[in-house]
Design a protein around this ligand. Structure first.
Ligand SMILES: [Zn+2]
Ligand SMILES: [Zn+2]
Length: 255
């Protein structure tokens, strides 16, 4: 399969998933239609489906425009039928998605919203605003327990899984990560590498799940240094995984 990253709006990413045999193609999270349609033409592929990770407008804003240009299947969590324009395929945990000859699977990962899903094709994970490179999404509709459970589920995938998230937020996420775990050498070197990439306008997405486990503060509830940062912000803080996750999320909200 071929993956084409398309920068959209200010800092969103959409992704074309191209079946190289049939040229059938899906777009993950079209924020807007025009740049997607242009890229479809350049790549000489046939758009057959939209894969929405969640209902937020910066991930679905292009649905109507793409549907006006041709008939498409629109995938999203089944609970979001009233919130995702044109939804035809309501999906849930474990469902399969087929594009041309490519097969993907669906993970239900609520927390950022109540109907958030991720799509996994081979070792490529499209996880929207749940797991970010070096961060995670805000808890707009879900609880810390839900988000922690969703992130833990994604952490169960192999280390070489590529993390294709919905935004280019890596550098600012790492700035926060450095504030809670500055002595993590892998974090320090990632921060330097990412600053170099951003200085020349390059994308920092995808990362790998291994890199996220080593440096993403929202997956590091077991880190003694992060636990100490949580304690120093609030001496009464509890240090079980969900409480550490919730405390770090709160610290990031006001960072
Ligand atoms: Zn969102
Ligand atoms: Zn977003």
């Amino acid at each position: 399969m071929k993956i084409v990253q398309i920068p959209l709006l200010r800092d969103n990413y959409g992704y074309l998933l191209v079946c190289e045999k049939t040229k059938q193609t899906a777009i993950v999270d079209p924020s807007e239609a025009e740049p997607v349609l242009r890229r479809i033409e350049q790549e000489k592929v046939t758009l057959t489906a939209i894969l929405n990770t969640h209902h937020h407008r910066d991930h679905t804003g292009g649905n109507e425009g793409l549907l006006a240009a041709g008939k498409l299947e629109v995938y999203g969590h089944k609970s979001d039928s009233g919130r995702i324009a044109g939804l035809t395929r309501g999906v849930d945990e474990g469902n399969e998605v087929q594009i041309g000859e490519m097969k993907g699977s669906v993970f239900f990962i609520p927390g950022h919203t109540t109907g958030h899903v991720a799509y996994l094709f081979e070792n490529n994970l499209f996880c929207g605003d749940t797991l970010f490179t070096a961060g995670c999404g805000r808890l707009f509709e879900g609880t810390p327990e839900q988000m922690h459970g969703s992130l833990k589920k994604l952490m169960g995938l192999p280390d070489n899984t590529k993390v294709y998230c919905g935004h280019e937020y890596t550098e600012s996420n790492l700035r926060f990560a450095m504030s809670v775990e500055p002595k993590n050498p892998k974090l320090v070197s990632r921060f330097e590498r990412v600053q170099g990439l951003r200085a020349r306008g390059a994308s920092t997405v995808p990362s790998t799940l291994e890199e996220e486990k080593q440096t993403n503060p929202f997956l590091r509830w077991d880190s003694k240094e992060i636990q100490a940062s949580v304690k120093s912000a609030n001496p009464n803080a509890r240090l079980d995984p969900v409480s550490v996750f919730a405390a770090v999320r709160k610290m990031k909200d006001s960072f």
